[in-house]
Design a protein around this ligand. Sequence first.
Ligand SMILES: [Zn+2]
Ligand SMILES: [Zn+2]
Length: 146
Amino acid sequence: MPTGSCHCGRVRITIPTAPAYLNECQCTLCFKYGVRWCYFTKDQVTVEIASDSDGDTKQYLLSSPAAASATPLPGLALYIRNDVDYKTKPENTAFNRCANCGGVAFWIRTYPSYAEKPNGRTGINSQLFARDVVEGVEIRKEPGPP
Ligand SMILES: [Zn+2]
Ligand SMILES: [Zn+2]
């Protein structure tokens, strides 16, 4: 179970296996972030966040309702994307960053029906992981998440 972290180390993410492939998503936002995403279901991913205030580390499964909330978990900052066409894509996606170093960590959908789907998909920034986890993994350039 590979674990990766943001640059400052306060946000740690554990995925079940090495990624099957990495996606340099070509959408307008991800292109600017420069992120290579890997995709798992929410119930397969754990995020641990070291608190700024008390030094405690809290652990969340991404399938927990708090993780899919439009309110950021303590220690994270959100950019909620709302520039999509809601007629064809009725969803909001929260891009979660470390509140300290700003490193992009993961995206998760926040629309209400999604919170009830523990096997819904989430995107994890593969650049958080050590080189030996992601080196040699196929890189795709798709227009969006699968
Ligand atoms: Zn950080
Ligand atoms: Zn994208």
